[in-house]
Ligand binder design. Sequence first.
Ligand code: PGA
Length: 260
Amino acid sequence: MRTVLIVGNWKMNKTSSEAAIFVRELSQRLPVTSTSIEFVIAPPFTALESVRHVLGPGSPIQLGAQDMFWEDHGAYTGEVSAPMLKDLGCRYVILGHSERRTLFGEQSDSIQKKIRAALKHELRPILCIGESLAQRDNGSTDDVLTKQLHESLSDLTGEQMTGVTVAYEPIWAIGTGKSATAEQAVAAHRTIRRVLAGAASPAIADCMRILYGGSVTPQNIESLLASDQIDGALIGGACLQVESFATIAKIATASRPIGV
Ligand code: PGA
């Protein structure tokens, strides 16, 4: 059984001091740790240190980054590398988010290099993929997801694939308040798992987590997690308030039996 993963992507929100206050409060509100769920916060790079400091060792919340560059070090002004993130205690890194693709021109070849670099440094990549509204409307959702998976994960060994989490994030659902329905998400997740099975093997695809992202809220998390095809959520707006993050965490924890 795959462990549920709830990831809060803060995007470009919260200063380092605001982040510390937020995390202190959130830590007190999280449900008792369960082996069947993992929580990750991905603050801006500038807040990683203060969040790590507040969380301390043994926290049920793990640290993630929102992006990284593929080289370890060098003349790459403005970039941050996997060893730098590891040194700050990051365990996960979000890669290929649609905002990076659309606003910053990120292409599959760089996403692929970033995934390899993350795995090399034992950071767990969360690969974001998803279709636009036009692509959904013209019936090409499955083709788009298949292409994005092949382009980003080609050349990985089966063992490397097991270190990757995929986040299905339909672009039309991100930040719009219009989440995919559970049925739409489950259908996309089935496609993704089928493609992963073809690229690696059914056993490997079966171990890999597939998250849903796009307007996840305390109101819809339960119906999304009702399917065992949906292994967690990548959450933007609703993770910026302690109350809604804590409520989502509570509902998600209750969605899977403890210890399974
Ligand atoms: P949202 O963002 O929850 O605000 O829609 C999700 C994401 O971009 O990962």
